[in-house]
Every structure is written in C-alpha cells, then in structure tokens.
Design a protein around this ligand. Sequence first.
Ligand SMILES: [Zn+2]
Length: 209
Amino acid sequence: MKTIFWNVDTQYDFMRTDGALYVPGAEAIEGNLEKLTKYAATKGIFVVNTGDWHYDTDEEISDKPDYVNTFPMHCKNGTKGAQFVPATDPGNVLKLCRYEPLSDREVDWYPLTGLVLHKDKFDIFKGYPHTDFFLDYIKPECVVVYGVATNYCVDHAVKGLVDRKYSVIAVTDAMKELPAPGEPKKTLDSWERMGVRLATTEEVMKICK
Ligand SMILES: [Zn+2]
C-alpha cells in the first residue's frame, strides 16, 4: 500500500459544541474532513480511523479531571459521543475494540476500505496496542494524518509514526488544537523538525494521486 489516510478522533464528543470534550472551533474543519473522506473513497485510499472508546474505570477518566492527564468522561463506549461525525463516517468497516488483536482475525485486508481502531489512551500505539501489527502488515509508504486534537492525540499519532520511520504528511487545515500557549505553532514546528511535511487539504489531494 502506498498512501493511507489516518483520521484521529473526529468523534461527536470532540467535534461538536455540545460534545463532552469539545475542541473549540473543531466544527470549522468538517468541510475539509469531508473532502478528505470523499477523496479517499474515490481514489481507493485506505483510511485508518482511530477513536476514543472509554469506560468509567479508564485511567484517563476522572470526576476531578486535571485536563492534562485526566479528563471528564467522553467518547463513552457505545454512545453517540463516540461516533464519528458524518464528515468522517468510516462506513461499514472492520471495527476493533481496544485490546482486541488483529492477528487472531482471518482478514483479507485489501477489499477493505478502512479500519476503526478504538483506544483508551491519547496514544494510539498504547491505547490500541496492536497498531504496529497492522502497520507492519501493510507497510505504507506515506501516512496522511488529520483530526483532533492537534496537540494531544494527533501529536501522539504523528510522533509515533515518525518514530517508526514512516513518512508523514500532516494536514494543517483538517486538524484543530485544544487551546494552549503557543499552539498550534508549537506542535507543528516540532513535527517539522522531525521531518513531517505540512500540507493543506488541497495540496494533499494533489500530492496523493
Ligand atoms: Zn480519551
């Protein structure tokens, strides 16, 4: 597989003003998210959709959240808050929950258009620990990353992919950060220093044929 798209946490609870952990301004990127979703479908580009999928007992969930390591309940398993917004609706793809291994499934990957990987931590590589099995299997030449929040889960995805020597394009107008001093420039600059290519949605649609 040459290029895959990597959609991070574009779920109701993060994307919408009435969501449990709304990322301010996130709804403004939905137009670009929709363009990327449609482009992938048209071009047959495989989409990995990562999403939070929480239970009350998860480490990250707290009644007294510090908003750094712990947060109020969001993306509770099976609720609407955990669903992807229509702009990134993955459709009828294989959904794997948290610690459910890929390796035990007899899946012929290639007819699939995408995957949903449910996680319980910011970092997909920890919150869905079989992510490496999947990447080792398909060995993408380039991973195009977008979603929310830039300075949390997207940051973990980008850095985890770069650590594993994958070539990464970050779609700057299809992601949104949680407010923090210097953001999103601080996070984007750190990616560029690691060799990540920054691109707009329009540029991605020219680069990834
Ligand atoms: Zn979470």
